[in-house]
Design a protein around this ligand. Structure first.
Ligand SMILES: Nc1nc2c(c(=O)[nH]1)N[C@H]1C(S)=C(S)[C@@H](COP(=O)(O)OP(=O)(O)OC[C@H]3O[C@@H](n4cnc5c(=O)[nH]c(N)nc54)[C@H](O)[C@@H]3O)O[C@H]1N2
Ligand SMILES: Nc1nc2c(c(=O)[nH]1)N[C@H]1C(S)=C(S)[C@@H](COP(=O)(O)OP(=O)(O)OC[C@H]3O[C@@H](n4cnc5c(=O)[nH]c(N)nc54)[C@H](O)[C@@H]3O)O[C@H]1N2
Ligand code: SF4
Ligand SMILES: [Mo]
Length: 679
């Protein structure tokens, strides 16, 4: 038996280092690497169960071609040669008749490996001149909002949060979605820290916190402004820091006089007492740290919410104090040479149109400039994209040629003309960065490819050859691409990272003067090195220049908010076909407050219909005061299950775009719920 180093490839902030037991060429166990400074041997159940996923009986092992109608899963085996020929023919036909913009790659971070998420594939589609995809489904609004305030997605080193004395977990379900932040917070707690969770429902993290503050959906900016109001009124602000390092404090001071505790309490549902207590705690505890999640930015006003919360650490002068500040994301520090990796210079001029991935449904159904060829990889749009009825109607178009490259016959494969088998990350060489901690990791193959599986890298490299692309970048090896990726002279933090050093050590920490030595100037603040409490850039973009609460607008004729965050045992829809994980989650439920259940005559365990203008689904009700009145919650992105009749939550979500960054608005959905008789 061998123990081999690996990395978790899932779209999770923790990017854990793994230690894999391999026996006779087969992975038998997956553990956390005990020596990785953040992982420290701890990993989640999802990834402990990876052997079950990798060797799953349904794992795709060879290419297949559709033999039945779209929407079903009837395929026959073909060879890679046949698959390549068919793709080439379809691409050429589409380009000839409709132009290359009729081709759309649809991909996300099913595999976070740099090469397999955004390398050879991008080169291929750029060279082809295909429509560009705006990858907005995850954190686009929040990232844009945070950057308006702080300059970029740069926060503190999470390892420093063990020194925090107050940890505010805001719209982030860390127990499930960022477990090492929870472990670091536990360490801080042992040293006397208090943990506050601000969320719309009493989730796993809220139950673990010292104090759970329940807020109405989409009202977090008002809460943050209420805190600012009180900090200023009670003289708990750090005037010196504000004068030296921020822009627009005078304007903000004036502006927040409107956000009185009474008004904020009315908007947010947080009592005046709790608001005062929170403001006082935040104003008197140092170092204080805010972990800003993704949940609270999946709203129409998500950019503004994050922009507003991001102002708070400046008010009490937290930046530069070890353990003080915030993290929304840390992707800024690990910026690689994306130009070299993705080669945008291969794009035709003028550049092809770009398509917001949150609007896949409308785009596929649009009669003008139609999409004729769709490539799906690293993503499962039939489950994860909003307004699913439209997405599936679009995917079902007979004149659309769809290629899905995945490890499994996902629901998206139901609409594929060709299904191609993907390697798991264990079978690939790749480079990993985290959007939360500060380590880069190299991943060397742990096992050879299963069956006829090919990595995204290999697939697009071979397809480029089939298409007759002769540019030298299509001949790059994986090593070449990793070396290119690491060659980014604009990023001083990469100084000591090289392929040989990563090979030797497995992981390397980015060199960031952010700990004891961190001075404010090391943050990439927007203008004149100052944090933008007032933002001229936002004004120019037609947004309020000061932090502002904006009411949610969508579907107001429906009475209940419908929020659908991820669950504990799946990673988005990944893992929803792994029996042990499915068993652990039991079944998808609709959590509803006793008062809302009572007025609708809904009983515990009853099947209910949930509907709005976009469609209707059926789920089983769980009556619980873990959700507030006026809110229903269903956790997890489950696969279709014809036998049990699960229906997907994204039937009800909307393609509307958030206030910033083209972000998704999954959680601003509203619905009505009725009980189904005889269930
Ligand atoms: N186990 C597990 N881990 C995951 C994932 C997974 O699917 N499963 N997905 C990964 C990915 S891609 C992402 S983006 C992250 C997401 O992980 P997080 O950043 O934790 O975001 P969510 O879980 O979407 O939402 C966090 C919490 O915000 C709440 N929320 C919703 N609306 C509001 C609001 O208006 N205000 C406030 N205060 N809270 C609100 C949600 O109900 C939820 O409890 O997790 C990653 N990690
Ligand atoms: N209602 C609702 N919808 C949501 C969310 C929500 O909270 N609520 N969350 C949103 C968020 S934050 C996100 S990030 C998106 C996530 O949406 P997706 O990125 O689509 O995530 P997954 O469902 O995990 O699908 C990833 C797919 O990639 C495949 N895959 C893994 N590795 C490889 C590989 O190496 N090559 C290829 N070709 N395929 C591979 C996996 O098997 C899996 O089928 O969902 C969004 N949708
Ligand atoms: S999903 Fe997240 S917590 Fe689980 S092993 Fe991967 S990186 Fe670690
Ligand atoms: Mo995400």
């Amino acid at each position: 038996m061998k123990l081999v180093r690996s990395v978790c490839p899932l779209d999770c902030p923790d990017t854990c280092s793994l230690l894999v037991s391999v026996e006779n060429g087969k992975i038998i166990k997956v553990d956390g690497h005990p020596h990785h400074p953040v992982t420290k041997g701890a990993i989640c159940q999802k990834v402990r169960k990876f052997p079950e996923r990798i060797y799953h009986q349904d794992r795709l092992l060879y290419p297949m071609k559709r033999t039945g109608p779209k929407g079903t899963l009837h395929f026959e085996r073909i060879s890679w040669d046949e698959a390549y020929k068919e793709i080439k023919r379809k691409l050429q036909d589409a380009i000839e008749t409709y132009g290359a913009e009729s081709i759309l790659p649809y991909s996300f971070y099913g595999n976070m490996g740099v090469l397999n998420a955004e390398g050879m594939d991008r080169r291929f589609f750029h060279r082809l001149g295909a429509s560009l995809l705006e990858q907005t489904i995850c954190n686009a609004a929040g990232a844009a909002g945070y950057a308006y305030t702080m300059g970029a997605n740069a926060g503190i080193d999470p390892e420093d949060t063990i020194y925090s004395k107050l940890i505010v977990i805001w719209g982030c379900n860390v127990i499930s979605t960022n477990m090492h932040q929870m472990l670091l917070a536990n360490e801080a707690r042992k040293r006397g820290a208090k943990i506050v969770v601000i969320d719309i429902h009493n989730n796993r993290s809220a139950k673990w916190a010292d104090w759970f503050i329940q807020i109405r959906p989409g009202t977090d900016a008002a809460l943050a402004l209420g805190i600012m109001h009180l900090l200023i009124r009670e003289n708990l602000v750090h005037e010196e820091f504000l004068n030296k390092y921020t822009e627009g404090y005078a304007e903000l001071k004036e502006h927040v006089t409107d956000y009185t505790p009474e008004k904020v309490s009315e908007i947010t549902g947080v009592s005046v007492e709790d608001l005062s207590l929170l403001a006082h705690l935040y104003g008197t505890t140092s170092p204080s740290f805010i972990r800003i999640g993704n949940g609270l930015q999946h709203h129409e006003n998500g950019g503004m919410i994050v922009r507003t919360i991001a102002c708070l650490p400046a008010l009490t002068g937290q930046w530069g104090i070890r353990g003080g500040g915030a993290i929304k994301g840390n992707s800024y520090y690990a910026k690689l040479n994306t130009y070299g990796l993705q080669r945008p210079d291969l794009l035709p001029q003028p550049q092809p149109r770009s398509i917001n991935m949150n609007q896949l449904g409308d785009v596929l159904l649009h009669p003008y400039k139609p999409i004729k060829v769709l490539f799906v990889y690293n993503s499962n749009p039939a489950q994860v994209a909003p307004d699913q009825n439209k997405v599936r109607k679009g995917l079902a178009r007979e004149d659309l040629f769809t290629v899905v490259h995945d490890l499994f016959l996902t629901d998206s494969c139901k609409y594929a003309d060709l299904v191609l088998p993907a390697t798991s990350h264990f079978e690939n060489l790749d480079l990993y960065k985290s959007y939360w901690h500060l380590y880069l990791q190299l991943h060397e193959p742990v096992i050879p490819p299963l069956g006829e599986c090919k990595s995204n890298f290999t697939f697009f490299k071979e397809l480029a050859e089939v298409m007759g692309f002769t540019e030298s970048c299509f001949y790059d090896t994986e090593e070449d691409m990793i070396e290119t990726a690491l060659r980014n002279d604009n990023n001083p933090y990469l100084r000591n990272v090289s392929l040989p050093s990563l090979r030797e050590k497995g992981w390397l920490k980015l060199e960031i003067p952010i700990n004891d030595e961190m001075k404010h100037k090391d943050l990439p603040t927007p203008t004149k090195n100052k944090i933008a409490l007032y933002s001229e850039a936002m004004k120019l973009a037609g947004l309020p220049s000061l932090p502002t609460h904006v009411e949610l607008q969508a579907d107001i004729s429906y009475p209940l908010y419908f929020v659908t965050p991820p669950n504990h045992h799946f990673l988005n829809s990944t893992g929803a076909n792994v029996l042990s994980l499915k068993k652990a989650e039991r079944r998808p439920l609709l959590q509803i407050h006793p008062l809302d259940a009572e007025i609708r005559g809904i009983e515990q365990g009853q099947f209910v219909q949930i509907f709005n203008d976009r469609g209707s689904i059926v789920l089983q009700a769980e009556i619980t005061s873990d959700v507030q009145p006026g809110l229903v919650v269903s956790q997890g992105l489950w696969w279709d299950d014809e036998v049990l009749g699960y229906q997907s939550v994204n039937v009800l979500t909307s393609q509307s775009i958030a206030d910033m960054g083209g972000g998704a608005t999954f959680f601003s959905t509203r619905v009505e719920v009725i009980g189904l008789q005889g269930t």
